[in-house]
Design a protein around this ligand. Structure first.
Ligand code: FAD
Ligand code: UDP
Length: 443
């Protein structure tokens, strides 16, 4: 079959390299069972399942010069492991997802904490988020000792709301207007470019309110980080003889060069349909990375792994110190500041949960549902504000459905079960220097 020889070709010029060469030479088009668009969680999990469980031949392409989607991490020029697209912290309540991903990585236990930088009459304070008893005591100079005392405090300030429909309702109904304005209103207005009253309740409902002193950001059963980083985990997910990875290539430039039976699409759903009903709003961000020297003997620059900026006037949503997440020791430290770009330009990162967007998405979903041979999965393709574990669960479910329905049709494919160290990459743009190693791994 065609994908193995192709997997040994690399191209320094970008585009679809070996596939294009095969096509230009007039040879038969390379044949796959599936074209997977996107090498993030959705695409990589589906590809792994189809390749290993249905013995399907899969070609995965990504327009970016790397695998991992938004979870991609790499060592920067100082050798510090950083997340290119902002901090990614793994947490899940799903044993199924945790067990599945555990086949491709070891883990480092990590319970995430966040502090908000709040300006008070007595100066700048760094207070725990989610709001808990420590937050309330420090902000108001109180000495609440028990959950019950804290509960009574929240009850005394909360505004009763019959039906919480918006992100403002959710917070105000639990902790009242002052805490809402101190921690949520400014952050949300800057990040989303919308007032919390214009956003679905589900957005701020992601953040709990606690009456105890638990300062962990997440309450999930499994809270871990991949021991050697996300990209290493993706390399293992995609390292299979049935999987070919094409990087730096838009699927629209590839799809006529290969034959495939079905497509798995994980990019933005509105783009797939040429924005037929107009653009679905996705929020974009800019990531400003910087590395600092540290005084001798000092390991960290920030008072917490992540510092949030609730003041609407701040240019940044939050700043993250990577060594706190990864546990890496290094004389320097690397940070990333997230700068929101809510006006629609830039890469799409967040679907924006509000009723009119859900209505527009429903129209695209109807189109997607009636497009034979294409399956839409992931955060951008199903326009859902999903975390990594939710996307993994969604991809596992789709894979199961495909495998149950298609095993017989893919049975003819050659059985290949051993897994290599690196995915077979057939095309990497010249500019993607750090990925040369991946391509060489395939040669
Ligand atoms: P993506 O990772 O976006 O992958 C889709 C891929 O498709 C992309 O690589 C894209 O280049 C490719 N693509 C799109 N169009 C085309 C095309 N035309 N041709 C070829 N390729 C194409 N989740 C957590 O669980 N914990 C966190 O701490 C966390 N932090 C986050 C922080 C930020 C700043 C952001 C933006 C997200 C965060 N997430 C977090 C969410 C997490 O990133 C997503 O849940 C997950 O990465 C979604 O995976 P996906 O495969 O659906 O999409
Ligand atoms: N949020 C806020 N202040 C905070 C933390 C969160 O207003 O200090 C709101 C904000 O609207 C944010 C949402 O809660 O977008 C969800 O926060 P989360 O940390 O889950 O966002 P993500 O990590 O997905 O960007």
């Amino acid at each position: 079959m065609f994908d193995r020889p192709l997997a040994h070709r690399t191209s320094g010029s970008g585009g679809s390299g070996g596939v294009a060469a095969a096509s230009a030479a007039g040879t038969a088009k390379p044949t796959y069972d599936y074209l997977v668009v996107g090498a993030g969680f959705a695409g990589a999990v589906i590809a792994e399942r189809l390749a290993t469980q249905a013995n399907a031949r899969v070609i995965v392409c990504d327009v970016r010069p790397h695998i991992g989607g938004n979870a991609y991490d790499h060592e920067n020029e100082d050798g510090i492991l950083v997340h290119k697209y902002g901090p990614h912290i793994f947490h899940t309540n799903s044993e199924r997802v945790f067990r599945y991903l555990s086949r491709f990585t070891d883990w480092r236990p990590y319970e995430h904490t966040v502090k908000a930088e709040v300006k008070t009459a007595s100066g700048v304070q760094h207070l725990p988020v989610p709001i808990n008893r420590t937050t309330v005591n420090a902000l108001y100079g109180l000495d609440l000792q028990t959950d019950e005392e804290c509960e009574s405090f929240f009850e005394s300030v909360a505004e009763p709301i019959d039906e919480c429909k918006t992100s403002e309702d959710v917070v105000v109904s639990k902790v009242g207007r002052h805490l809402y304005e101190t921690f949520f209103r400014g952050y949300t207005r800057r990040h989303w470019g919308l007032d919390p009253s214009q956003l679905d309740a589900s957005v701020t409902a992601r953040i709990p309110v606690r009456t105890n002193t638990d300062d962990r950001y997440f309450g999930d059963t499994f809270q871990v980080m991949p021991l050697h980083g996300y990209t290493k985990m993706f390399e293992r997910l995609l390292s299979h003889p049935n999987i070919t990875v094409v990087l730096g290539t838009d699927y629209r430039d590839l799809q006529h060069l290969v034959s495939y039976r079905e497509m798995i699409y994980t990019g933005p759903v509105d783009a797939f349909f040429g924005y037929r009903y107009g653009k679905l709003p996705y929020l974009s961000l800019e990531f400003k990375h910087e590395t600092l020297d540290l005084p001798e003997g000092q390991e960290r620059a920030l008072p917490a792994p992540v510092v949030n900026f609730p003041d609407e006037a701040s240019p940044y949503d939050r700043v993250t110190e990577f060594k706190a997440l990864t546990g890496q020791r290094h004389p320097k430290t690397s940070l990333v500041y997230e700068i929101p770009k809510p006006d629609g330009d830039g890469d799409p990162y967040y679907p924006i949960p509000r009723p009119e967007n859900a209505d527009l998405y429903r129209k695209y979903k109807a189109l997607a549902d009636s497009t034979p041979g294409v399956h839409f999965v992931g955060r951008l393709a199903t326009y859902q504000y999903y975390n990594m574990d939710q996307v993994t669960a969604q991809a596992l479910t789709l894979a199961e459905q495909l495998i149950t329905g298609t095993t017989s049709r893919t049975a003819a494919a050659t059985a290949t079960t051993t897994s290599g160290q690196r995915p077979a990459v057939i095309s990497v743009p010249a500019s993607a220097a750090p990925f040369g190693a991946l391509a060489r791994g395939a040669a």
